[in-house]
Design a protein. Sequence first.
Length: 192
Amino acid sequence: MPTQTTAPAGAQWFALHTLSGQENKVKAYIEKFKKVEELDDFIFEVLLPTEIVSEVKNGKKSTKTRKLYPGYVFIQVRLYDEDKKVINKPWYFVKEVAGVIGFVGGEAPAALRQTEIDEIRARIEAANGKEVPKVQYAIGEEVKITDGAFTNLTGRIDEIDPDRGKLKISVSIFGRFTPVELEYWQVQRITE
């Protein structure tokens, strides 16, 4: 993904609110049809920040892409003219894209600050090429066992092995703490 160092004249970043699960379609549609609709002078970049999430289940590791900001797509667009009036062509094109609810801010959307877009780009860069566990646990955390011989018992996490997706948990059985090795998906957080 090329990083633009200087923004085209008048271009600003805006957040688009999309229907859940439609973010990829919205991004693809805008990128595909901006040229057809002769909007290259108005729409410059569409950003959908994602990260790779890994999960180990039944000894098998699976990865999938997770959106960092579900329900949102970021777009660099020249939306206002010199008189701060909305330019109709890009406004209506973006609003009519299937899956777009609208610009965040409604009829008078405010542009994102450069620091906000820099933060988003930093998150993308940090997630680039790295896998993160779907669920992250902490040593000492109390969990409820949801599968296996110890179902419905609670225990405390003593060790975490993210590569194998395993947890070592101390479970109290007959008044003694017994170490048990379980997979991430076999436990859940105890919500308070």
